[in-house]
Design a protein around this ligand. Structure first.
Ligand SMILES: Cc1cc2nc3c(=O)[nH]c(=O)nc-3n(C[C@H](O)[C@H](O)[C@H](O)COP(=O)(O)OP(=O)(O)OC[C@H]3O[C@@H](n4cnc5c(N)ncnc54)[C@H](O)[C@@H]3O)c2cc1C
Length: 366
């Protein structure tokens, strides 16, 4: 029977980044993944690393996002070096387009508190927006530019992370379904899977939207997001553009992703007519129809974001001895992967995490 120090349930970005961090710290780690690495939300995402633009207020989540953003450049360099792959990380900034005066006022407030806290953010007049994003519509009231925000190709990132995990010695058990925990004297001792019985004193639930399969008391549920992808002329967009109605992000090779819906419809991966209409009309409130006139539809998909009861990540030990959780990252899971790996590995290894985890502890939800 295989024995490990830690078994990670779920091979999304959260499970794999934590597994890699623990393996680098000398632990024998196994990841149990029902499909293939990254096959759910982590490859369905748009790859926008927004640590300021969509953060409504200062507080624990904002601080967590800043901590992860600080770790990102070195984490990307590490993954690229280990895997030999380019993950398309670029700090081009995000341009938020306010389409109503109420929206402009709300963003002006956000920019003000962020600047007071020492973060960079600029307000652009409509003609300045159009000078930098020529397809921007006439409806734009104001632009708010966050120059230190970034984007990456999350599909390439998951490939790089998978290779880096293997190189670090992580056992990646793909096409292996977690069935149940095995307990002895009220603590976790093993997990039963569709393929094997695996022993470990520590198990981490990184099952994303399926987190309740590991601990049924966890109030985490799926929030479906739909994306439409185009092959577009390169540099159609010069920044990630975002508004209250959606966003558009273009990779260097021209692929343009527009999204996204937030729908609480259970474990349903369907792409719907209404969803596609919503993302297209949201994009066209920001960008003129000519923007997409020469672009070919390449693909469309839906993914399930893990949403916790209060919208915050859930990080730390559960009430079951030996069982931990790292989940509920909702719209920020790609951004929050490196800090989650760093903090969770500290908790699991019994060292002091670099941040206060109390706002994120699972016990707050019980
Ligand atoms: C449309 C969309 C756009 C997004 N855009 C962004 C963005 O731009 N920036 C950003 O930061 N975040 C974004 N997100 C959010 C981000 O994708 C998620 O927060 C993140 O991927 C969550 O990672 P995870 O590893 O927790 O979950 P997942 O990636 O869903 O991984 C969970 C894994 O568990 C596996 N699993 C489930 N049940 C079992 C079982 N019984 N046995 C074994 N394995 C199992 C699944 O197969 C899956 O691979 C977006 C999400 C969506 C859907």
């Amino acid at each position: 029977m295989a024995r490990y120090d830690v078994i990670v349930l779920g091979g999304g970005i959260i499970g794999c980044s934590l597994a890699e961090e623990l393996a680098r710290r000398g632990r024998r780690v196994c990841v149990v993944e029902r499909g293939t690495v990254g096959c759910e939300a982590s490859t369905a995402a748009a790859g926008v690393l927004s640590a300021q633009t969509d953060l409504e207020r200062p507080g624990a989540l904002f601080e967590l996002c800043q901590a992860s953003r600080r770790l990102y450049p070195a984490w990307v360099r590490h993954l690229e070096r280990q895997s030999g792959l380019d993950v398309g990380y670029h700090e081009d900034g995000i341009l938020y387009l306010a389409l109503t005066s109420a929206g402009a006022e709300q963003m002006a407030h956000r920019v003000a508190w962020q600047r007071r806290a020492g973060f960079r953010a600029e307000r652009w007049l409509p003609h300045q927006v159009r000078a930098r994003e020529p397809f921007a519509t006439e409806q734009i009231r104001a632009g708010f530019f966050f120059p230190t925000e970034a984007q990456l190709d999350n599909v390439a990132l998951m490939r790089a992370l998978s290779l880096t995990c293997r190189k670090a010695g992580v056992t990646l058990l793909e096409r292996t379904e977690f069935h149940r925990l095995s307990m002895a004297r009220a603590r976790v001792v093993a997990v039963e899977t569709s393929r094997a019985y695996l022993r470990a004193p520590i198990v981490v639930d990184c099952l994303g939207s399926w987190a309740a399969a590991g601990d049924e008391s966890l109030p985490i549920r799926p929030a479906r997001g739909q994306i439409l992808a185009f092959d577009a002329p390169p540099r159609l967009l010069h920044h990630v553009v975002m508004s209250e109605f959606g966003y558009g992000v273009q990779r260097r090779d021209g692929s343009l992703l527009i999204g996204s819906t937030v729908e609480f419809v259970g474990f349903d991966h369907h792409v719907t007519g209404a969803g596609m209409q919503q993302v297209l009309s949201g994009f066209h409130r920001m960008m003129k129809p000519e923007a997409l006139a020469q672009s070919h539809v390449r693909d469309f998909w839906a993914g399930l974001r893990p949403h916790s009861q209060d919208g915050l990540p859930v990080l730390g030990p559960t009430s079951t001895e030996g069982l931990y959780v790292a989940g509920g990252h909702f719209r920020h899971g790609i951004l929050l992967a490196p800090v989650t790996a760093r903090l969770m590995s500290a908790v699991i290894l019994g060292t002091r995490p670099a941040m206060d985890l109390s706002p994120f502890l699972p016990t707050r939800l019980s």
